[in-house]
Design a protein around this ligand. Structure first.
Ligand SMILES: *Cc1c(COP(=O)(O)O)cnc(C)c1O
Length: 407
């Protein structure tokens, strides 16, 4: 094998990727080589505003210097101990997560989907040991158009044909209710219902915001029927929507809160399930585990990533800049836009069916120096890093306007 450090052309990188990589994504043909803050640069040196933020994993911006410093320092000390031994970073992450979120305990994993799987396991155990559901009869209610990741159990409750086709048989024990409809949700409850799991805003589905009051009604429903509420805030959490959690808009606390993505500021996969002792404390040694989950490198990175969110007031900035961005997007007079909606810096621009799909607009925005990705066919999601400022939004708006005025 001959490896080369010679810089290839964008076309050569793309060709290599197409030839040797499984085609599970349909990326824009931009080959990024480095980034800083809200900006990324391609192999030709062209600069782009990143308005996807790796699906909100980059709330703190690219290569944040403080997170980088923490990563480098910890990488020189120790990276992995396994949970067979203790380390001196994870307990501090536990403490800081607890102080920040108010949950007593956390269970660290790596990818978001793993944390979702973990929450499902906990909810099932709770159903058998606490609620008294007959063994292996537990049901978890999920909602239409959910996105919780890509593992077999997680796609088992997806309603997206594309995510499931050809991948069955699926994991049983899941029931689907429409999103945003509290009556339908109540109708789906049985004595065996262990949990209801929702995203407070459905990011992947196209920034779908449920009716005002829905989250609170879910909480009441769960309390009334002795059901756990599981919140997936992997994308919407940690400041993205202008609150620490999107559930905070209705002052609702899920029993289990799932976080990931921005928990590491984009440096490393770190996810976690948060909950109180009465629930997370049900797990005992040997019942669950992960070789890399809770490793000191990830823990040190997550600690720095959380500290950046606090010290740089990223939650407040997301609220202010989100409002500013949404206001200016809403002012764009384009025949293609049917709706601009969002919370904080999780914003969706829904295009009319006549616009011919969002993809061509994303490609045109790329030419203008703005990176976004269509989510589902007709929605352009704008979710820049939370460190974005007015000046940068002012730079972006005329470019977005120009693209959305294309015929
Ligand atoms: C991204 C995402 C996941 C899955 O996270 P991975 O790290 O990709 O496994 C789960 N839930 C939501 C809401 C997400 O946005």
């Amino acid at each position: 094998m001959v490896t080369t450090n010679k810089q290839l052309s964008a076309a050569e990188y793309i060709q290599l990727e197409e030839k040797h990589g499984a085609h599970i994504y349909h990326p824009l043909d931009v080959v990024i080589s480095h980034g800083e803050g809200v900006w990324v640069y391609d192999v030709n040196g062209k600069k782009y505003l990143d308005c996807l933020s790796a699906y909100s994993a980059l709330n703190q911006g690219h290569v944040h210097p403080r997170i980088l410093e923490a990563m480098q320092q910890q990488a020189r000390r120790i990276t992995l101990t396994s949970r067979a031994f203790r380390n001196d970073q994870l307990p501090l992450l536990y403490k800081e997560l607890s102080e920040l979120t108010g949950y007593e305990m956390a269970l660290p994993m790596n990818s978001g989907a793993e944390a979702v799987e973990t929450a499902i396991k906990i909810a099932r155990k709770w159903a058998y040991r606490v609620k008294g559901v007959p063994r292996y009869q537990a049901e978890i209610i999920t909602v239409e158009n959910n996105f919780h990741g890509r593992t077999i159990s997680v796609i088992s409750f997806s309603t997206e044909e594309k995510y499931k086709e050809d991948f069955g048989p699926f994991t049983p024990g899941f029931v689907t209710a429409p999103y945003g409809d509290i009556q339908a949700m109540e109708a789906a409850i049985t004595p065996n219902t262990a949990a209801i799991s929702v995203e407070p805003i459905q990011g992947e589905a196209g920034v779908i915001i449920p009716p005002q009051g829905y989250l609170r009604q879910l909480r009441e429903l769960c309390d009334r029927h002795n059901i756990l509420l599981i919140g997936d805030e992997i994308q919407s959490g940690l400041g993205r929507t202008g609150k620490l959690f999107a559930f905070d808009y209705e002052e609702v606390r899920p029993d289990l809160m799932i976080i990931g993505k921005a928990l590491s500021g984009g440096f490393y996969p770190v996810s976690a399930v948060l909950g109180n002792t009465e629930i997370l404390g049900l797990l005992t040694p040997g019942e669950h585990g992960s070789t890399f989950g809770g490793n000191p490198l990830g823990a040190a990175i997550a600690r720095a990533a959380l500290q950046v969110i606090i010290d740089e007031n990223l939650i407040e900035n997301a609220a202010m800049m989100g409002e500013y961005l949404q206001e200016h997007l809403a002012e764009i007079n384009s025949p293609h836009i049917s709706e601009v909606r969002g919370k904080g810096l999780l914003v969706g621009v829904e295009l009319k069916p006549s616009a011919g799909g969002a993809r061509r607009f994303c490609e045109a925005l790329q030419t203008q120096g703005i990176l976004v990705k269509e989510t589902h066919q007709h929605v352009i999601r704008f979710a820049p890093p939370l460190i974005i400022d007015k000046e940068t939004i002012d730079w972006a708006i005329p470019r977005i306007r120009e693209v959305l005025s294309m015929p």
